[in-house]
Design a binder for this molecule. Structure first.
Ligand SMILES: Nc1ncnc2c1ncn2[C@@H]1O[C@H](COP(=O)(O)OP(=O)(O)O)[C@@H](O)[C@H]1O
Ligand SMILES: [Mg+2]
Length: 245
């Protein structure tokens, strides 16, 4: 099992869009048993997969030891792709982690789910706190979506610093330029400054995921956006494979 976190300290950069689409790629292209674990109480990842939340406030009980997380997992419309939804109660998670005083609670739960899943993708909230520190202890790879700007490199370094500050040692971090429009000069410059970073283009088909409530690969498989996510997923698999060696 390998776990991949989509993380940034900023909101609106494409984390949830990445997480849902990459999880779909893992399940559909790589045929991995995949769990998309939504850690953001706004529940965007489930929304993008067309899974509506249940009314009960149960998400935090995933962490409170009694409840087996497997009980909260939901099926999606896609074979091999499951969802562990978030809800409002996850907002108190930070305090809860403090209270239970377990630095590796999320890592242990992730490990225990590894018997059922090949890939676990975390959709993270834009926070820097005990929850994000737990994510860094649990993830094998961290994907950071960065909207292109002259400050992209700096924004990335800030995330790396933040991650570093959250504990000794951290997983490898892969920056990805998000919402790239090559007609814009600043975007071209950001691309030129970071030629090795993968790209996800600005595309109305990608935005459309939130209307369709389906991953782009499910409704526009030949679009540039779908191809970009497929390529990014391949790069992620390669990175995970090289890490294992
Ligand atoms: N590559 C893209 N092209 C066009 N719109 C995008 C793209 N990526 C994300 N969006 C849109 O940007 C908004 C923020 O994306 P989201 O994934 O929710 O970000 P985050 O989870 O970081 O807050 C959403 O409306 C989403 O549809
Ligand atoms: Mg989000």
């Amino acid at each position: 099992m390998a776990s991949i976190a989509v993380y940034s300290v900023k909101g609106g950069v494409g984390k949830t869009t990445f997480a849902a689409n990459l999880a779909w790629c893992a399940a559909t292209i790589s045929r991995r048993e995949t769990l998309l674990w939504d850690l953001d109480p706004s529940n965007g990842a489930g929304y993008l997969l067309g899974v509506d939340p249940k009314k009960k406030r149960t998400a935090e009980s995933v962490f409170s030891a009694e409840r087996a997380p497997a009980k909260l997992i939901r099926k999606t419309d896609y074979p091999s792709l499951h969802l562990l939804p978030a809800d409002e109660s996850i907002r108190s998670l930070d305090r809860q982690f403090d209270r239970i005083g377990k630095k590796k609670r999320l890592a242990k739960l992730t490990q225990s789910l590894g018997k059922d899943y090949d890939r676990i993708v975390f959709d993270c909230p834009p926070v820097l706190n005990e929850l994000s520190a737990q994510v860094m202890r649990a993830a094998d790879l961290v994907i950071v979506p960065l909207p292109p700007s002259p400050l992209s490199t700096r924004a990335f370094e800030q995330v790396v610093d933040a991650v570093r500050g959250s504990g000794k040692g951290h997983p490898p971090i892969l920056p990805v330029l998000s919402m790239v429009d090559m007609r814009r000069n600043l975007h071209k410059e950001a691309r030129a400054a970071n030629p090795k970073w993968p790209i996800v283009p600005l595309a109305s088909a990608i935005e459309q995921c939130a209307v369709e409530r389906r991953p782009i690969g499910a409704f526009a498989p030949r679009s540039p956006g779908a191809r970009a996510f497929a390529q990014l997923w391949t790069a992620i698999e390669r990175k995970l494979a090289s890490k294992k060696k």
